[in-house]
Design a protein. Sequence first.
Length: 400
Amino acid sequence: MFETVTLCPPDAVFGLTEEFKRDSNPDKVNLSVGVYRDEQGQTPVMRAVHHAEQRMLDEHQGHTYLPIDGLPGYNRSVAELIFGPDHPVIQQQRFATVQTPGGTAALRIAGEILKRQCGVSTIWISNPTWSNHLQIYRAAGLELQQYDYLDPQGTGLDFASVCRGVEAAQPGDAILVHTVCHNPTGVDLDSEQWNELLQRISDQQLYPIFDFAYQGFGAGLELDAEPIRRFASSETFNGEAFVCNSFSKNFNLYGERVGGISITASTSEAATAMLSQLKSIVRTMYSNPPKHGGAIVERVLRDETLKTDWEAELDGIRQRIQELRIAFVDQMSQRLPGVDFNHIKNQRGMFSYSGISAEHVDRLKNEFGIYLLRSGRINIAGLNRKNLDYVCSAIASVLS
């Protein structure tokens, strides 16, 4: 029955990770996979997460099914974290939030409801983008269009091209935007550019999907949410949007698959109708979300002591990544004074488009056991004081 099934190529990121595992080089460094690593090269369990899990274990409440839309306290906490508890969409009940298995499920649900309920046939996505975006929206039956995002050097923003992409979209199309810490480039819009882009999206009558996987990794929890909060204010824009968030990064809960999809509507009645449709889609996809990871996040966000500790540790992670960026640029400036790496200081989040060519990426892997994507994307959080000198020396070697 399966003789005609063809072999699917491996995922670009996870396939490279498997290759890294097989590498016998004792100095090998994995800068490809998108997870945070500390100075010991480990993905740490955050203090607040540890305390929350311990309390949950002590109180053991069983393993019954969650509601279709997930934990009610979790959903309220997620909405307040994204929009702020005093935002008009919260106060006027013009929102709905559904707990999902990671941000990936949230993105897929957004595509499904756009296709089924909103009559959307086309979605615009930045070029480049997270590679899974393209697969997700193809699977949802949407036609893909891409707008150029980077300058000719491939390391900075081409905002004019972004605007041209919005202008080329037709009213009723969808557009996906990376709210902060653009994946895979680390190149973000500034505040004025966000104002212009949001106005253009509103004027063009597009359905925006805010991919919000890195809240807290850019400038902080509050500032990172500003573009979403601005758009959700119906006094300025049309205010109807999808927000797909994840707690994989800012809680280090990668394996727990904790995320959410939130919608903002013009009325509370429209939000209630959208919630009913979101639940209908969830029921046919995975029925209801897993409990453990969502319960951790809910407990942390609803306990002021744990939340304060989580925010402090998250601030430390963000600052450490920025320090790594500066250290990397300083070392490369010493080794290759004729090559400008300053763009890496200006990028944000875990990822950076380094400007390293695919040919040099291959040499780094084959000659030094240093793994990064062929696009030149580096996971800055894969660096530490032990491997930074080795990585910089290797890059200087292949570029000189």
